[in-house]
Design a binder for this molecule. Structure first.
Ligand code: ATP
Length: 237
């Protein structure tokens, strides 16, 4: 059974439909990417799935109709959105941001302590900067903090909104390496990206979203060589 199933979902702002009849599925342990240009509806789709926007259609997480789970219940079941890094708490330290990420597990202090140690092991740069304010981190470090904060909730499915945004190419590679390494935790990932090459290199399966609709989909390795995708999204190579 798919961990996340999105079936014929549409999302409208007033009367304008930003997402139209989108269907996609994420199997346990899979990394799935949705690529597409600015304004295609990628962020809108994530906002609907996490419960921030009203939508039509059917969505389920681990077999449960998402309409029956409020935002808190979704997080408690391990369904987690990694928002853009500007949503970190800039005035708080790295360690406080991480602890807030574990808020839904606040009654499990031993588990939280272990998770904090695991995050510092995975992200040594955060370990070195435990007491530094989040607002003073570099772009790449902020992205690591956003990922680390999400891991504190013990997610089963992470939705990532453009983790490459605003990062230098060398840092993008580092961040995508980290995303690929999350496979070993058994976390499933829905990765929304404009950087099609990095996303398809990391994912198992991909969907191309254009003006609110899925226009292509397939194994990521196949999409990388599909002329319709390479021409529009991979610079024709
Ligand atoms: P980007 O990569 O630039 O973030 P995206 O694929 O995430 O793009 P969305 O942000 O989901 O695209 O936007 C999809 C469409 O919905 C766009 O045409 C956008 O202008 C519109 N839109 C987004 N947010 C709102 C809003 N709050 N009110 C009205 N229209 C909106």
């Amino acid at each position: 059974m798919a961990l996340l199933s999105i079936d014929q979902v549409s999302v409208a702002y007033d009367k304008v439909e930003a997402v139209r009849g989108v269907s996609l599925a994420i199997e346990p342990g899979q990394i799935v990417t949705v690529i597409g240009p600015n304004g295609a509806g990628k962020t809108t789709l994530l906002g609907a799935a996490i419960g921030l926007l009203p939508w039509r259609g059917r969505m389920s997480f681990d077999g449960i109709d998402l309409r029956r789970l409020d935002v808190e219940a979704r997080i408690e079941r391990g369904f987690c959105l990694v928002p853009e890094t500007r949503e970190l708490f800039g005035d708080l330290s790295v360690s406080d941001n991480l602890l807030l990420g574990g808020y839904s597990r606040r009654r499990d202090s031993a588990g939280l302590k272990q998770s904090l140690a695991d995050v510092y092991k995975r992200f040594p740069r955060l370990d070195e900067r435990r007491n530094q304010k989040a607002s003073t981190l570099s772009g790449g470090e902020r992205q690591m903090l956003a990922l680390g904060r999400a891991l504190m909730a013990k997610p089963r499915l992470l939705m990532l909104d453009e983790p490459s945004l605003g990062l230098a190419p060398i840092i993008v590679r580092e961040v995508f390496k980290i995303i690929a390494s999350l496979r070993e935790l058994g976390v499933s990932i829905l990765l929304v990206e404009q950087n099609a090459r990095a996303a398809l290199e990391t994912a198992d399966f991909g969907y191309v979203l254009e003006t609110g609709e899925i226009v292509h989909s397939g194994a990521a390795a196949d999409l990388m060589h599909d002329p319709r995708v390479t021409a529009s999204y991979l610079g024709g190579h």
